[in-house]
Design a protein around this ligand. Sequence first.
Ligand SMILES: Cc1ncc(COP(=O)(O)O)c(C=O)c1O
Length: 665
Amino acid sequence: MSTRIRGRSEGLGSMSARRAAVPGPPQDTWSPAIAEKLYGVNSWGKGYFAVNEKGNVEIRPTKDPLRSIDLHEMIVGLSERGLDTPVLLRFTDVLSNSINEIHQAFQLAIEDEEYQNQYSCLYPIKVNQQRAVVEAIRGIGEGLGLGLEAGSKAELLAVLGLTVDQPEMLIVCNGFKDREYVETVILATKLGRNIIPVVEKFSDLELLLEFADKHHVHPQIGVRVKLSSRGAGRWKKSGGARSKFGLFVSELLEAFELLKSRGMEDCFKLLHFHVGSQICDIRAIKNAVTEFAHIYAELRQLGAGLEMIDVGGGLGVDYDGSQSASDSSMNYTVEQYAADVIYRIKSACDDADVPHPMVLSESGRAMVAYGSVLVFDVVDTATYDVSCRVEEVEATLEGESEVPQPLLDLLQAVRDLEQRDVVEVYQDAVAARDELLSLFGLGYASLKVRAAGDRLYWYLASEVLKRMQNMEEIPGPLADLPERLSDVYFCNVSVFQSLPDSWAIDQLFPICPIHRLDEPPTRRGVLADLTCDSDGMIDRFPSMRRGDKQILELHPVERNGPRYYLAAFLVGAYQETLGALHNLFGDTHAVHISVGDDGAQIDDVICGDTVSEVLSYVQINAKELSRSMRRDVERAVRAGRMTPAQAGSLVKFFDSGLDGYTYLV
Ligand SMILES: Cc1ncc(COP(=O)(O)O)c(C=O)c1O
């Protein structure tokens, strides 16, 4: 497990369970509308999410405010049915809306440009292979000419099996291919499937020709081009000359000549490129499509039978709502994307006087990201004790033979707070605290002295934080104070299982409470997951001011009080399949919800992994464990260490634990 160094300077061990009065946003004029703004719900929500008057987050799966679902009420209803958080909510209507939105954007561009061909979307199943998701998309796409993209042998077999009743559905096959993969594709063509294998390496073409000869098939063939243009953002390495897949232009010409020499130039149906996922800057799209369109036009002029061009994935999702070219955002809209793609292809074709090809895109992320919401509860919090007073500290130090100078400096800093410049006082306090910690490390300060120093520092820092609320500009030395003084909210979730991109590539996801938003969030915190890994934390959140923020505004949570629910939004793309079983936290429950005239309806419930199931993934047999446990318990009864009733209880807990959820219940 990687041990990346995190920004927080305080370990959990130095925190007290007492509640701190760390100030949050202004409280006097609080309303759900202010909460909506604070968490940026209307910036990243794209019309799908809002905060209602009750202070709960609602989802509008069709973007119609009259057909909204209150997420908190939904979670309470699921809990009554015995389905506890963490739970992943999937909204089929959001998938439908997202897919239609992309389709309509292309339709509009086609009409505006008088483009003489059509557009179809391909769903790359790698983005979310869950059967229910693929089946929903297959259904939604029926009237839209939607196809599926497979990126591996397993995905190909899944796609072939899932489209038995729709043989006309286009299947595009990318990724590494072995003989078995290629022969399967050729035989699927014989079966009557509309399937296009994409040549990613020259050797793929040789294999295709070999099996086409063997089975007497005249296949449709696609070729991926290695463009010199690169994407923009985190995945820019997927494009450019050093990218993993695709033929160089010189190889492309060679491939075309080879097909021509066999009288198969008409098989060359599709040209493809992909310069990376989550392209954040529209310029990268413009450049890539222009280069690609010229390659298509020239190949057409040379006599290739090309009918389709596939501009790959990359259409972004504005995770942080900033509409910028930052990695978790995008500086364009889907309409701009479609307009640019269509306009640039049309211009190149018109200049070369070749027909406009059918346009395909593999916009997986944009199709499914908005459709899933992960809801989880907070199980505990850890906060700093900021209740300290100078007199209390002085009293506790009575009897100490010598009070170290840094502690006296900290006391003085607290006394000076009203009189001196707040930045200077804070800097003095930080220096004094650092010196005190060094003295403690060298054995020159007692535990009592160190504790007094910590409490003085936390008190002073919290007072400075209060004063910061009235500052127009935050002075540099105070910039990290909100983060330093934030609480830790322990959440019933595994970052590794449910939000792997947050851990692996620092991707931002919008996260906020789904209720109590009519109440000001008076706390600031970071989120820690259930795993015992210090990396299992979320400490970067979209900020509506600038960049991202290191804390999230939260509500106080009482131990044994009502449950406090948070949700991570826009998690439908990549998170489920990339999730890992760290600490054996398995799949969460997933609930499929649609909205009809009578309101929300639960269409399907897929229960999360049980402990026995996750154990079986690591070849541990739950039944054998149970048998061994029973033997051990019997030995304890025989030896008189346990009563039979205690033995019975332990065995019962053990067995019901094996059948239970991997998360806290
Ligand atoms: C070849 C190919 N097509 C499509 C996609 C999907 O991209 P996105 O989800 O960004 O639309 C990917 C993912 O990286 C890909 O490698």
